[in-house]
Structure formats: C-alpha cells, structure tokens
Design a binder for this molecule. Sequence first.
Ligand SMILES: [Zn+2]
Length: 162
Amino acid sequence: MKLYKIKKSKIDNKGRGLYAAKDIKEGTKIINYSGKIITNKQVDESDKYDNNKPIYLFTLNKRYTLDGDFSWNTAGLINHSCDPNSQYDGKGLKIWITAIKDIKKGEEFTCDYGFGFDKDYKQFPCKCRAKNCCGYIVREESRWRIHKKFAMSKKKLVNNSR
Ligand SMILES: [Zn+2]
C-alpha cells in the first residue's frame, strides 16, 4: 500500500501536494525522489537550470545532480514548510523522502527545500503558515538573515516616522 495520496495542496493553493494515506512513524521512507541524473557541468552550462527552477535540483556529489523536474516524479509535489515533517535523505545517487516526525493520516507532507539565501529569495514566497514561517522559502540556517532584514526594515520605518 502506498503511504501517500495526491490531493490539492493546503500550502500551495495553485498546486497539489502529497498527503499521508495512513499514520506514519518517524524515520519511515515515504517515497523515492526520482529524476534524471545530470552532471554539475550541465547545470552550469544549460539555460534550463537557471534560478527559476532550483526547487527540483539536488546536488548529489561533486559530479552529479539529480533533476526531478518531471511530471512522473510524484515526490516533486511535496511542498516546502518552515516547520517540515519530512526531509530529503540522500544515499549514493538516490534520494528518499523520510518522515522526521510521526505523521498522522491526512497530514500534508512537507520538506525544507534548502534554498540558499541570495538576492533572489523574494521570488519564492512561503505560505506554509507555520508559526516560525519567515515568509520566504529559505533553508533553516539562512532564515535568521531574513528575520534580520525584516527587523532592519521595521527599524527604518520607526525612524522615518519620527
Ligand atoms: Zn514558511
């Protein structure tokens, strides 16, 4: 029996998401993230892999990247959350989505997309509605930079109003 169901997403209101088809224990492998293995050189050289589509690219090692931008890659439907219940787990050239919490039947699977922080972060607003949501899809270690930016712009506003 499959551990997931495809349904309209609660997070991405234009898209779909994957939902738990039954109660799942922490550590369970939920689905294989499938795609095409390409070289890192191809990523650097091809226009197809510009900053609009980083969501689907996983650097596997020094040489290879997994491109999951295919309609048959069901795991590509999993949405980002700032408080995810699953994670991408790599082993060799394979990537799995693994539960990092106990997940109840009917919950939407979410992962941290792990985007780096760069000047383009505003292209990827986050609507995960987690308490700790920083408003953008940025990996956990980089989020403090966003918070800091917000804090700074708030300060500016206060100063301007004086
Ligand atoms: Zn969020």
